[in-house]
Every structure is written in C-alpha cells, then in structure tokens.
Write a protein that binds this ligand. Structure first.
Ligand SMILES: C[S@@+](CC[C@H](N)C(=O)[O-])C[C@H]1O[C@@H](n2cnc3c(N)ncnc32)[C@H](O)[C@@H]1O
Length: 306
C-alpha cells in the first residue's frame, strides 16, 4: 500500500487545501458545542487557580479550539500540538495574533515541560495509547486531563463491562480489544484473537455504521459535501479492523483505559440530546489518581453529571 492509502485523512493529498477543523464545525454535529463546553471548563479552572495556566491542545488540527481558548483566556499559555504539516501550518496562521499561543509541531510524546491542563479533543482515537502515561507524568498534582472525543456510541453489554473491569490492562491487537495479560501474550505469540473480541468488534462496526450514516446524512442535508466526503473516507478507515490510526471505541472502554492508566474520572458530559445509539461525543475531566506507582486507581468512575 502507498503512504497515501495508509494515512488518515489528515495526511492525504486531497485534503491538503481544506481546513478540516473549520469545515467540521460547519457540517458535522456536536463539535462546536463541544468547543464551548471545553472552553468553559478551562475558564473555570483558570478562575479556581487564580493564576495563568499552561494548556496544551493535543492533536489540535488547524487550531480552532486553541484559538477559542486564546481569545477567552489571553493570559494563559496555549500550545496547539499538531504533527501533520498542513493543519500545523493552518494553526500557526490562526494563532499569529495571540502572543501567548504557539504551535508545537512534533508528537505529543516529545513535549517535556509540565502542564496544568492537557486537552485531547477528537484526538484520543488517533493517538498511540501509550500517550496516556506521558500525559500523567506531565500533569502536576493539580493538573487536569480533558478528554473529549467522537466515540463509537456505546456497544458494551453488562457482560463486556464485567470482563473489562476484571482486566488489569487492555490493549488493541490488530484492532481487536484484548483484555488482560494472558490475551495480550497469546496475541503476541501467535495472533490469537478471543471469540469475545471478535464478537465485540462486529458490534463496534455495526454501531459505528449507524452513527456514520447519521453524520453523513447530517452533512448532506446541509449541502456540506466536503464533510460528507471526508466522513465517507473516515467510515472506511474505521471499519477496517486493523487500521488502528482511526479506531473509535466505546465510552466505557475508554473510561476503563484511563482507569488502568492511573486517571481518576471527575466528570462526564454528553453532547447532543439524542438516543444512546446516536450519542458519540463525550467530554471527560480526569485527574491523575493518588497511586502514581503502578498506574492503577480502581475503576475511575466519577459522579459528574451529563
Ligand atoms: C481528529 S483530529 C483533531 C481535531 C482537532 N482537535 C480540532 O479541534 O479540530 C486528530 C489530530 O491529531 C493529530 N495527531 C495524531 N497523532 C498525533 C501526535 N502523536 N501528536 C500530536 N498530534 C497528533 C492528527 O494529525 C490530527 O490532526
């Protein structure tokens, strides 16, 4: 396969002249509402801290959210972190008029300075999952991790949740969810995939298909063909089990992933007043848990309202 075929849409030639971030705020449900919620959360933290904060926007794309933050909180240092050249250039242009805002164009794992707030908005399902340990190390005692994403609407049954909670570690192997060291070792040894993981993956794809149909119809109803076409490409990427750079998981799976990586959940917000099968955008606040030695702090569920 060529590099083009293996890239997400952010690295593809056909999207080079498109400001994907701006287009998505126009033709895609929930993203602008999520921007406002995140800016409000950060503003509240700035107020509580009583001092300017250092905030990174990991996988900032063209910097739409970073700019909103810089406008609302001009005394805070806002870092738009984006590895793809085209959106990083767009973010630089967008932030040019904001003296306390900057672009960090390398991978998030190469950022070394301490941070007050780490925001991951629409990026979690693109990032190597090892980034969570890095995030935890960069946050001080009072630091927060704001994770908002387009998830696959919930597809876990009660039985899946029981199985997840029993796993001290979870990982993807060829796109299949592996729960626990035994499953991870068996996959590494001879690519063994448990039947449970195959059934879960089938349910993920079907749930996603329903969500993407809604998103693409939403764009077409608004005559927003660039978003509709981008989403058709993203749909294909996401349906290919082994393509882990575009792999939306369910909220409960990601909550457990954060818990086993030592984060405590403070709040959970859902965007969009729709039935559960069309609820994809969730925004969470996490803090590093107390036990920093082994990255584990229980199930990580907080009481935050929707
Ligand atoms: C869906 S986009 C996020 C959209 C953006 N947050 C917004 O508000 O418009 C995910 C972005 O993460 C970037 N990305 C992927 N891996 C990264 C990494 N290791 N470090 C920083 N950015 C990364 C991709 O290039 C892509 O632009």
């Amino acid at each position: 396969m060529s590099t083009e075929e293996t890239a997400t849409i952010y690295g593809r030639e056909e999207f080079k002249r498109v400001d994907v971030g701006a287009a998505m705020r126009d033709g895609h449900p929930d993203i602008s509402d999520g921007d406002q919620l995140i800016v409000d959360l950060v503003a509240k933290k700035r107020e509580t801290a009583g001092r300017p904060l250092t905030v990174i926007d990991v996988g900032s794309g063209s910097g739409v959210l970073s700019e909103l933050l810089a406008q609302r909180l001009p005394d805070c240092r806002v870092i738009a972190n984006e590895i793809a050249a085209n959106p990083a250039r767009q973010a630089r242009e967008r932030l040019a008029g904001h003296p306390n805002a900057e672009v960090f164009p390398d991978s998030f794992v190469d950022w070394r300075e301490p941070l007050d707030i780490i925001i991951s908005w629409g990026s979690h399902h693109h990032l190597p999952h090892s980034h969570l340990q890095h995030a935890r190390e960069l946050l001080g005692e009072s630091g927060s991790f704001i994770l908002g994403d387009e998830f696959c609407p919930e597809y876990c049954t009660d039985e899946d949740v029981r199985r997840l909670k029993g796993a001290e570690v979870i990982e993807l192997g060829g796109g299949y969810l592996l729960a626990g060291h035994d499953e991870i070792e068996a996959y590494a040894k001879d690519a063994a995939v448990p039947e449970w993981s195959r059934v879960l993956e089938d349910r993920r794809r079907r749930t996603l298909w329903n969500w993407y149909k809604f998103v693409i119809d939403y764009a077409i109803e608004r005559d927003h063909w660039p978003v509709a076409i981008a989403e058709m490409q993203i749909t294909k990427d996401d349906m290919v089990t082994a393509f882990e750079e575009e792999h939306k998981l369910s909220p409960l799976i990601v909550e457990h992933e954060l818990a086993v990586n030592g984060f405590e959940q403070i709040s959970k917000h859902v965007i969009g007043d729709r039935p559960a099968e069309l609820q994809s955008f969730f925004i969470y606040e996490f803090v590093p848990g107390n036990d920093r030695s082994n990255g584990s702090n229980g199930d990580g569920r907080g009481n935050g309202g929707h």
